[in-house]
Design a protein around this ligand. Structure first.
Ligand code: ATP
Ligand code: MG
Ligand code: MG
Ligand code: MG
Length: 442
């Protein structure tokens, strides 16, 4: 494969900006990674197509296309979190050891915790999660009354974990984006309502992304609490084994069964269990008062008496979802996104320079400008004006890059009633030929 530096233009408020969508680093980077680990499909495609680039093991650069997709995913997540009363905050990633010692997790986290000292010899960690930090924050705000509950705080920030085996690109990194919500309720019942509301928000999110997910019982591990569920995308490279009952609704991570039962029968109905590999994309926990008791986070009940807050915590692996979606939707050679988070929606291809239909190129320019200004496309349009390449070659590249739509001004654009060629690349169907008017209605 040759190194390709592809510069495509996209319009921002009427001015043209040159965007590097594919980098000429792509191929050397693949080789560099290949030597040290086995690549999975999404990682390979994302490296080759210039979406990510390796920095050091477990640490990746997100390139412009990946950042566009990540930002769209964050907006969808924000929407779901706000719909259940989530209020967005942003907590420091540098966390003092004192908090982690108080919860007992400074030791319990073992080698996964990135520990370091500042110049005053104070111990810190790079937060892998924020239960301690958020609970001490809430406790520091003074005792609230039952009237201000439930309190549902969330953030989308980088988390840091010294993973034993960082691999598969964004699927398992040493630093990654997580959406983490922490909830504070007056009673166990109301904490359960919050728990259900968040699970429903996760279900809505995966439905919007059109991703098939499986919700299973999970173990509570070192986070603690009484109830936990995991959300998985079934995929052959998934590192978790999920057991699904063939008869009833029982579904659990193998870790849950390994903890107690060795018999592969369903603990609920006794029927046989089917096993499938999954990529964990979300995890929800009902925490009780584990952290609120440690940090003295309480509220005043209706009789004016202080009570400990009932907590829950809810993680979504934001950068992992990005890669997991690519993993389950793509073919070996063509990258596919959930349409709602594709970096761009439309690629406009003008004719090859010097070809018979070359003067349709002005039409392509206009079309590009008009599509770019459509409010619902919100600038999600690229013009592939590499006129030295054939239309066929550029169509092939746009399809491989995962543009959901490709719009071509070719031979038929010169007919008495000019026709534009429209490809819906995610569907196995022939192109449609449309008039200008039909395209805008479509
Ligand atoms: P795993 O079992 O894959 O190591 P986890 O159970 O340790 O994940 P949680 O503590 O439940 O992870 O964190 C919440 C979410 O953060 C996970 O469901 C996952 O989607 C994401 N996540 C966890 N570790 C990573 C990582 N190293 N890289 C990318 N995303 C991650
Ligand atoms: Mg882990
Ligand atoms: Mg896990
Ligand atoms: Mg987990």
């Amino acid at each position: 494969t040759s190194n390709v530096m592809t510069r495509w233009r996209h319009s921002v408020a009427g001015c043209h900006t040159s965007t590097v969508f594919q980098t000429n680093q792509a191929i050397p980077c693949v080789d560099q990674v290949k030597s040290s680990e086995h690549l999975c499909k999404s990682q390979k495609l994302m490296l080759e197509l210039g979406l990510i680039a390796p920095s050091s093991p477990g640490c990746l650069h997100l390139l412009p296309g990946a950042v566009r997709a990540l930002e769209k995913l964050c907006r969808l997540i924000d929407h779901e979190m706000r719909a259940i009363g989530g209020r967005k905050i942003d907590m420091p990633s540098l966390a003092v050891a004192q908090l982690w010692r108080a919860s007992g997790r400074w030791e319990a986290m073992g080698q996964e915790l990135f520990r370091f000292k500042d110049r005053h010899d104070t111990d810190y960690c790079l937060a892998p999660t924020h239960e301690e930090v958020v609970t001490s924050l809430v406790a520091s705000q003074g005792t609230m009354t039952y009237k201000s509950l439930p309190l549902r705080l969330y953030q989308i920030t980088k988390k840091f974990r010294d993973e034993m085996k960082p691999r598969f690109g964004l699927l398992r990194g040493k630093e990654f984006y997580m959406k983490d919500m922490y909830s504070f309720d007056a009673s166990e019942e109301s904490a359960k309502e919050t728990y259900e509301a968040v699970c429903e928000a996760y279900a809505n999110l995966f439905q919007k992304l059109k991703l098939t997910y499986v919700k299973v019982l999970g173990t509570t591990g070192n986070i603690g609490g009484s109830v936990s569920h995991e959300f998985h995308l079934p995929a052959s490279i998934g590192e978790d084994a999920l057991y699904l009952c063939q008869k009833c609704s029982y579904q659990a991570n193998a870790e849950v069964l390994d903890a107690g039962v060795v018999n592969p029968a369903c603990p609920s109905c006794g029927d046989s269990l089917r096993s499938t590999p999954g990529i964990e994309v979300g995890h929800t926990f009902l925490l009780g008062t584990k952290y609120s008791s440690t940090f003295g986070a309480s509220y005043l009940n209706r009789h004016g008496k202080p009570n400990l807050l009932q907590m829950g915590c809810f993680g979504l692996g934001v950068s992992r979802i990005l890669a997991a979606a690519v993993e389950v939707l793509s073919t070996n050679s063509e990258l596919r996104w959930p349409t709602s988070i594709a970096p761009y929606q439309v690629c406009v291809i003008p004719p090859k320079a010097g070809s018979k239909e070359a003067h349709a190129s002005l039409m392509a320019q206009h079309l590009y400008q008009q599509l770019s200004s459509l409010p619902h496309l919100n600038g999600d349009v690229l013009l592939d004006d590499r006129g030295h390449l054939t239309i066929g070659r550029r169509l092939q590249e746009a399809t491989r890059l995962g543009f959901p739509h490709v719009v071509i001004c070719g031979k038929k654009s010169l007919e008495a009633i000019p026709l534009i060629e429209v490809h819906r690349t995610y569907y196995d169907e022939p192109p449609k030929f449309m008039t200008h008017r039909e395209l805008f209605d479509y």
